[in-house]
Design a protein around this ligand. Structure first.
Ligand SMILES: NC(=O)c1ccc[n+]([C@@H]2O[C@H](COP(=O)([O-])OP(=O)(O)OC[C@H]3O[C@@H](n4cnc5c(N)ncnc54)[C@H](OP(=O)(O)O)[C@@H]3O)[C@@H](O)[C@H]2O)c1
Length: 663
């Protein structure tokens, strides 16, 4: 008995009870503890299911040394907080579906599991039932030929109760997240199997539906298009009874799963009805155990595999499903209050942000800036939604990053979102803000002040640490820009300044003027710098400093360089291939014979050192003989993680020269 996996359940609602009942007949698990926000409820649950350790708080269960695996059975918006805390407490996790309310939360949970080396699975119990294995087997054997169309629905009629979990905005109500997530996960599974993969991501997601007065979806349909023109029609509801079936149509027949989602709750058999070659067959599948027992046994069977997760629902599958749900909700217009700019909450983490103990960040100093400046600088223009911002920026800071790059031309939404995050997190005195303005055609001292004033309003700040002219205008004497920038420094609105896309000659002219007048000069420049040479600038008026003359100039003057497109916009991320010309911008800006040679050498070095290609490319920027700061634009936490790996790589002069084809 004691070799069985000891489980603790977090939450005492409907599904917690169903799981406790199922666990009692599992082959591998035993329920040792339960936690509720109220001790009384925990005791009641304990009495019903014979559990002795009944905790009056979720924290107490996570501190319980006898618990090894935690089942998170709270409403969806609480999943992320408690899954992350469970991972940090070293507990293996089975987290109810959907794993979070959006893709950003899912990323944060997956990264926490990875970092803390614990098992994690999203509790799609239907995937643990042998019926799904049989379905995959039939599709792989082409029992209905090539799959072309999938129809799946999951819905029920719960009337309308604004206070219930199903309808409450603050509890992530609505059909799409509650049961629509099953239909997306099945469609993605089937589309993947049809292409010989584990799952596939839709290239197009459309939808429409009805929103209740709480803003959550009462019913909705979705249309997904996968590569190969495989299409899926999905439907969900919390206010309509539906047929709750799956039908899959192929070139040689079709199949129906009459009970796809909650088959054999108490054990028994289920069936798949196959119509092909002019006949109808019933394929009977024996469950072997109650559904939730199968789920608990699936966890136990894969717990030692950690990141490899369970094939029933892998981490990448979960992340893809959450992204599809985001797109479906967007099509239907369901945005939770906690996700909106005005009402967004301090995302997931309620504790103050602080760099983690294992951080690897390196810092430099810029004259005038009081804080050390992190060598990796987080670009703000790739960030999409407030949840995405919280998850990405929080992670950046926890990894030791503190410097953010934004600009007036990135748009009001960008500057406002950065400002909102800084305000909500209360970290203004812990971060370095690099803002830029006066982009062509507004590159005059007057326009600069006008745009900068507006930027401060958008950022909700009274100063920025570094301000850069976003472009140069050679028709204006450099000294005129220096004069006005010094006025802003004197007024306390800027700590340091510089030029982005400024030539060495113009930078020298600005600094010579400043010296002569006893004023502050440029503290840094921000031009392109990367291992790959810019063949053609992505945008007008851009300047690269990757050539030998510029590097020699920076080495001599030690003028800090804040390198934009430091990773050559995907050239080193596995997207560049001389034969693949589909990414027009990549081809136009970075495709050249010598860049492909650099790519080849970087690949060789990465292999030899056991690191990633992208890390070698970024290390090339960081290891120059003059102060460099690499502007990065990760879109996901895994891109963030891999970028940070570059900080540990040391490249000497010989390595730099070899990578750059100078040896
Ligand atoms: N896989 C399945 O078959 C299945 C079926 C149903 C639901 N689910 C999923 O399971 C999760 C829970 O659903 P449920 O139907 O069990 O919900 P429920 O009956 O409302 O129970 C949720 C429990 O979460 C706890 N909780 C923590 N914070 C809460 C808050 N602010 N408001 C309300 N409850 C809170 C409560 O337990 P304490 O008061 O004891 O702390 C409550 O009993 C959802 O994510 C849902 O999608 C899965």
């Amino acid at each position: 008995m004691s070799s069985r996996l000891p489980w603790g359940i977090l939450g005492t609602g409907n599904i917690a009870k169903a799981f406790a009942k199922g666990l009692a007949s599992s082959k591998t698990g035993r329920l040792v503890a339960v936690a509720s926000r109220s001790k009384e409820k925990a005791d009641q649950f304990g009495a019903e299911f014979g559990v002795k350790r009944c905790h009056g708080s979720y924290e107490a269960l996570l501190a319980d040394k006898d618990v090894q695996a935690v089942y998170i059975a709270t409403p969806h918006p609480m999943h992320a907080e408690w899954a992350i805390k469970a991972a940090e407490a070293g507990k293996h996790i089975l987290c109810e579906k959907p794993i979070g309310i959006n893709h950003a939360e899912a990323m944060a949970i997956v990264e926490a599991a990875r970092r803390n080396d614990v098992f994690l699975m999203e509790a799609f119990m239907y995937r643990c039932h042998p019926q799904i294995r049989k379905l995959v087997e039939l599709l792989r054997a082409k029992a209905i030929g090539e799959v072309r169309l999938i129809r799946a629905s999951f819905g029920f009629n719960a009337g309308f109760n604004p206070e219930s979990r199903l309808f409450k905005n603050a509890l992530g109500g609505g059909g799409i997240l509650d049961v629509g997530c099953y239909t997306t996960s099945l469609a993605r599974l089937v589309a993947g199997v049809a292409q010989g993969k584990d799952f596939a991501e839709p290239i197009d997601v459309r939808g429409m539906g009805h929103r209740c007065e709480t803003g959550v979806d009462g019913w909705a349909i979705g249309e997904l298009r996968f590569p190969g023109d495989l299409v899926a029609q999905i439907a969900t509801a919390i206010q309509l009874t539906m047929d709750n079936q799956v039908r899959i149509f192929g070139t040689d027949g079709s199949l129906v799963i009459p009970d796809p989602w909650i088959p054999n709750r108490d054990g028994g058999s289920s069936k798949i009805i196959l119509q092909a070659k002019g006949k109808t067959d019933e394929v009977v599948v024996e469950a072997g155990a109650p559904l939730y027992a199968l789920e608990a046994d699936t966890v136990a069977a894969h717990i030692d595999k950690r990141q490899a997760a369970s094939p029933a629902m892998t981490w990448d599958d979960t992340l893809g499903n959450m992204r599809t749900l985001d797109r479906w909700r967007e099509a239907v217009g369901v945005v939770y209050d906690s996700e909106k700019f005005e009402t967004c909450s301090a995302w997931i983490q309620t504790r103050p942000l602080a760099p983690r103990k294992d951080r690897t960040m390196k810092y430099g100093r810029l004259e005038g800036v009081t804080m050390p400046v992190s060598r990796l600088v987080m670009g703000v223009d790739n960030i999409t939604t407030m949840p995405h911002i919280f998850v990405m920026f929080d992670d950046f800071v926890e990894r030791g990053g503190n410097t953010f790059d934004t600009a007036y031309v990135y748009g009001a939404a960008c500057e406002k979102a950065l400002g909102q995050w800084v305000k909500k997190r209360g970290v203004r005195d812990q971060v370095v803000i690099l803002d830029k303005g006066a982009h062509t055609p507004y590159c005059t001292p007057e326009d600069m002040t006008r745009q900068f004033t507006e930027s401060l309003e958008r950022l909700q700040m009274d100063y920025v640490d570094i301000y850069m002219m976003h472009r140069d205008n050679p028709e204006v004497p450099a000294g005129e820009f220096v004069d006005v920038l010094n006025e802003h420094v004197k007024a306390g609105r800027i700590r340091a300044f510089g030029g982005s896309n400024w030539t060495a000659e113009r930078t020298d002219a600005a600094n010579a003027y400043a010296k002569q007048k006893g004023l502050k000069g440029f503290a840094a420049v921000s031009n392109n710098f990367s291992l790959a040479r810019l063949v053609e600038p992505p945008w007008g008026g851009c300047i690269a400093s990757s050539d030998a003359k510029s590097r020699a100039g920076h080495t001599k003057t030690q003028m800090p360089l804040m390198a934009w497109s430091s990773q050559a916009r995907g050239f080193f991320a596995g997207r560049a291939d001389p034969k693949d010309r589909s990414d027009k911008e990549l081809v136009r800006c970075w495709y050249s014979d010598d860049n492909f040679q650099r790519l080849e050498r970087a690949q060789q070095m990465a292999k030899k050192r056991g690191v990633l290609l992208i890390q070698i490319a970024l290390a090339y920027v960081l290891c120059q003989p003059f102060p460099t700061y690499a502007l990065i634009g990760p879109r996901s936490l895994s891109e963030m993680r891999t970028s940070f790996g570059a900080l540990d790589i040391d490249l000497g002069p010989e390595d730099l020269a070899w990578l750059n084809l100078e040896r």
